[in-house]
Design a protein around this ligand. Structure first.
Ligand code: ZN
Length: 379
C-alpha cells in the first residue's frame, strides 16, 4: 500500500530517530486462525504495527510524513479483520490526528499546490479518524479553487491524458523547465521527461483523494480514469525491476486502490483485465527480485480479484515477506536511514499479510468505471 501523498521513488528522506522497539502486547488469546502460516503472519503484523505506532510518535517523522501515516493507520484499521489491531490502530490514529490538527491550524493565505494537497490529505484522514473539521475543509476548498488545474497533475484531464513532455529537473543545475522544453536553458543539458505512468499514478491518487474528501483537486477520478485505456497495454521493456517497471506497477496498484477504495471492495476481473493480468504476470519477477515492499501491494491488489493465499504465487510472496522482517519489527533495508523506506515497507508488508474484511463486490466510484469503459469502447 498505498501512500496517498507520494510514491516511493519520490520519498522524502528522514532519520530513523528514536524509531525502535516498541511494545504492543496482544491481550487477546490467539484465535484458531486459518490461512497460510497465519499464526506467524499475525505475530509479524503485531510487531510491524508496534514499529509503525512508535515511528509515527517521533516528531521529526510525523512532521515529514504525518498525512501519509494517518492514511496508513486509517486504511489498515478499515481493512483488517482482527478486532484488537483494528481498535488499537484507530486509537493511535486518533491521537496522531489530534496532533496533526494541532500542527495544521489554518490553510496559509498564499497556499500553493503543495499546501493544498497537504491540507487536503491530512484533513481528510483526520476526518476519517474522528476529528472532523468543516472550517478547514472550506479553507482547503477555496484555496484549491485558486490553483490552476494543471498544477495538480501536470495536465488538465478534461483536455488530455498523462503527457510525455513534462521535463524532469536538470540533473546538473536542478533547474525545473516548463513543458515541452528538451534542453536545459541554463546549462544546455538534454532533459529527461517524467514517466507517463508516474504522472498517471499521482493523478489517480490526487483525484481519488479529492473526490473522497469532497474537494476538487485538479479534476475528478472519473476525468482521470477516462485516460487509463490510453496507457494500456502495460508493457515493460525488460524483465528487470527498473524505473520503467515500477512506474507501471505502481500505476496499476493505485488504479486498483482508487476503484476499490483501498482494499475495501472486491473487483471483477472483467472490470480491470489488463491490470489483473499485469499483476499475475509479474508477481514471480517481483518475488525473485526480493522486493518485499512491492510484493505486499501485489498481494492485496490480487486479493481484490479474489486471489487468495491458496495460490502458490501468493504463498511464495508471503514466505518472502515473513523472511525479511527486521529485529525491530520493521521491514526495509537496514543499510538505509530513510524513514520512509521503513514505514512504507512495513505498511505494505502488513497490508500483504493481513486478513482483509472485504465488504463485497463493487467499485467506490461507478462513474469512473463507466468513464473508463466508454473511453475504451470509443477508442
Ligand atoms: Zn541545467
Amino acid at each position: 500500500m498505498m501512500g496517498l501523498g507520494m510514491n516511493r521513488r519520490k520519498a522524502l528522506g528522514a532519520l530513523l530517530a528514536g524509531c525502535g522497539g516498541a511494545s504492543f502486547s496482544c491481550s487477546q488469546p490467539v484465535r484458531a486462525m486459518r490461512g497460510y502460516r497465519m499464526a506467524e503472519r499475525m505475530e509479524a503484523i503485531h510487531r510491524g504495527m508496534s514499529f509503525l505506532y512508535t515511528c509515527s510518535g517521533v516528531e521529526e517523522n510525523f512532521l515529514r510524513h504525518g498525512e501519509d501515516l494517518l492514511w496508513c493507520f486509517y486504511s489498515i484499521a478499515e481493512c483488517i479483520t482482527d478486532p484488537e489491531i483494528k481498535r488499537k490502530t484507530l486509537e493511535i490514529g486518533r491521537q496522531r490526528a489530534l496532533e496533526w490538527r494541532r500542527l495544521h491550524p489554518k490553510v496559509p493565505a498564499d497556499a500553493g499546490v503543495g499546501d493544498v494537497t497537504e491540507y487536503a490529505y491530512g484533513s481528510y484522514c483526520s476526518d476519517l479518524l474522528g476529528l472532523r473539521d468543516e472550517r478547514i475543509k472550506e479553507e482547503v476548498r477555496s484555496a484549491a479553487a485558486k490553483v490552476p488545474r494543471e498544477e495538480f497533475f501536470g495536465f488538465d484531464p478534461t483536455k488530455e491524458g498523462p503527457p510525455g513532455d513534462i521535463p524532469r529537473r536538470c540533473k546538473t543545475c536542478r533547474k525545473k523547465s516548463v513543458r515541452g522544453v528538451q534542453m536545459c536553458p541554463k546549462c544546455g543539458n538534454p532533459l529527461r521527461m517524467e514517466d507517463r505512468y508516474d504522472i498517471l499514478c499521482d493523478a489517480v491518487i490526487c483525484s481519488y483523494s479529492g473526490d473522497r474528501y469532497g474537494v476538487r483537486l485538479g479534476g475528478s477520478f472519473a476525468e482521470v480514469a477516462q485516460w487509463i485505456p490510453t496507457m494500456r497495454p502495460y508493457r515493460v521493456k525488460t524483465r528487470v525491476l527498473d524505473d520503467d517497471f515500477y512506474g507501471i506497477a505502481y500505476a496499476v496498484t493505485h488504479i486498483i486502490y482508487a476503484f476499490n477504495d483501498y482494499s475495501l471492495w472486491r473487483l471483477k476481473r472483467d472490470w480491470l483485465p489488463q491490470e489483473y493480468a499485469f499483476l499475475r504476470e509479474h508477481l514471480d519477477m517481483v518475488i525473485d527480485g526480493g522486493d518485499f515492499e512491492t510484493v505486499g501491494e501485489f498481494i492485496d491488489s490480487l486479493g481484490a480479484f479474489g486471489v487468495t493465499d491458496e495460490d502458490p504465487g501468493i504463498r511464495r510472496a508471503l514466505d518472502l515477506i515473513l523472511s525479511k522482517q527486521n529485529k525491530d519489527g520493521s521491514w526495509g533495508d537496514p543499510k538505509t536511514s530513510i524513514i520512509y523506506d521503513y514505514y512504507h515497507s512495513t505498511w505494505t508488508a502488513v497490508g500483504g499479510m493481513m486478513e482483509i474484511g472485504w465488504r463485497g463486490e463493487g467499485v467506490i466510484d461507478p462513474a469512473a468505471l463507466q468513464a473508463m469503459q466508454q473511453a475504451e469502447a470509443g477508442a
